[in-house]
Design a protein around this ligand. Structure first.
Ligand SMILES: Cc1cc2nc3c(=O)[nH]c(=O)nc-3n(C[C@H](O)[C@H](O)[C@H](O)COP(=O)(O)OP(=O)(O)OC[C@H]3O[C@@H](n4cnc5c(N)ncnc54)[C@H](O)[C@@H]3O)c2cc1C
Length: 377
């Protein structure tokens, strides 16, 4: 019997297994496919700390107030990202050269200012930019952008590298990582849980649900409804390679956009534009949204118009309307935990994994962070 079973071999699961193994806990991870095949290996690799502007605009300032502790959590996670490559012994291509949110209208500038107040309360370094700051710091941005906000701690990392690095490090420390094992049912039993899979049974004192967009299905196996959890197909595009031109993670407050240049020189362009579900049930790119996304990109960075798009991919993101993580023991299910981070779970992966690894051992959270806003209760 393992002390702890982790369900899900994305970043949340593999990083949690690593931190448990690092503490000497006997841990078994169950993944129904191969590792890193869903959101953790298909995302855009942005490391975010700012309150996301699109939902702030859509849901209003009260939403921003409720969300804002998540920014502090993300900022703490980015601190972990700084030393992660060294800790795991692999190059994760972490580059933190700042995130720049630009605005086209005075109304959006006022929203950015209100958002900055909330972000600073959470300890973030947010600098308001006017037109001349943008011209100086980001000359690649269109002159139609009148100002914005700069967060120096944001950046990017390589999604293909991180989760496998956590998994290898966990295995070196003795974690058992089982691929192609699908969890079908979970029963509570004296002293723990009986996890039934398509490859046989496992028993453990504790279970951590790190199943991403399927976390609601796993929770339902122990009779807990997490109806807030959504699975939404979104898409990202990648251009041909060009000489270094964009050091920042760029966003636009007036339209949905994230844009950055990866280590190979390609621009990654997204911003949460929806994809579609294809005839075989898998996510496929939506060409209309691709056109809209590119129009926004060109309006913010005019030189994008000269570049060829090489590939568009679609994948399922784990979402909720609150955008807040759900972290901790499920009410009424002692020993059954959840590690769920919607929308920006790549950025948040390291810190929530460390938090869950400690909580599942009955240890305190090793930071001066209040995690009560993220309680499943
Ligand atoms: C296109 C796209 C772009 C994104 N861009 C960014 C970004 O730039 N920055 C950012 O911070 N975040 C981004 N995200 C979000 C981020 O990728 C996710 O929030 C994060 O990867 C979630 O990690 P996870 O480990 O919880 O889930 P996943 O990576 O989805 O892993 C869950 C795993 O659980 C397994 N599983 C599910 N059910 C079972 C079962 N019954 N038995 C066994 N295994 C099971 C699945 O097979 C899967 O491997 C993006 C997401 C997408 C899709």
């Amino acid at each position: 019997m393992a002390d702890i079973i982790v369900i899900g071999g994305g970043l949340a699961g593999c990083a949690t297994a690593y931190y448990l193994a690092r503490d000497g806990v006997s841990v078994t991870l169950l993944e129904r496919h191969d590792l890193n095949t869903l959101a953790s290996g298909s995302n855009a690799g942005s490391l975010h700390a700012q309150i996301p502007h699109d939902p702030f605009k859509r849901y209003g300032d009260d939403w921003g107030v409720r969300y804002s502790p998540t920014s502090a959590l993300l900022a703490r996670s980015i601190e972990m990202w700084r030393g992660l490559g060294e800790e795991l012994g692999e190059d994760l291509e972490v580059k933190l050269r700042g995130g720049l949110l630009v605005a086209r209208t005075e109304e959006d500038m006022r929203a950015i200012e209100r958002k900055a107040v909330l972000e600073r309360k959470q300890g973030l370094d947010i600098r308001l930019f006017d037109r001349s700051d943008i011209a100086r710091e980001a000359p690649y941005v269109s002159e139609s952008m009148i100002g914005g906000a700069f967060c120096p701690d944001e950046g990017k990392a390589n999604p293909f590298a991180v989760t496998p690095a956590f998994a290898r490090a966990a295995e070196r420390l003795g974690a058992r990582i089982l691929r192609k094992v699908q969890v079908l049912a979970i029963e509570s039993e004296p002293g723990g849980y009986h996890v039934i899979t398509d490859q046989g049974s496992h028993h453990a004192k504790r279970v951590i649900n790190a199943a991403g967009a399927d976390a609601g299905r796993i929770a339902a196996m122990v009779g807990v409804e997490l109806s807030e959890i959504q699975a939404i197909p979104i898409q990202v595009s990648v251009t041909e390679r060009v000489a270094p031109m964009i050091p920042h993670l760029l966003y636009c407050a007036s339209d949905k956009l994230t844009l950055k240049q990866n280590g190979a020189g390609s621009l990654l362009i997204g911003g949460g534009w929806e994809a579609r579900i294809g005839p075989r049930g898998n996510p496929v790119a939506d060409l209309e949204n691709l056109g809209l996304n590119m129009a926004v990109a060109v309006s913010v960075v005019p030189s994008v118009a000269e570049l060829k798009i090489l590939r568009v991919w679609a994948a399922i993101v784990n979402g909720t309307d609150s955008w807040k993580p759900i972290l901790g023991e499920l009410p009424g299910r002692p020993g059954f935990f959840i590690n769920f981070f919607p929308w920006t779970g790549f950025t948040g992966g390291p810190i929530t994994a460390l938090i869950l690894a400690k909580l599942a051992q009955g240890k305190p959270v090793p930071f001066d962070l209040d995690i009560s806003p993220f309680s499943p209760a």
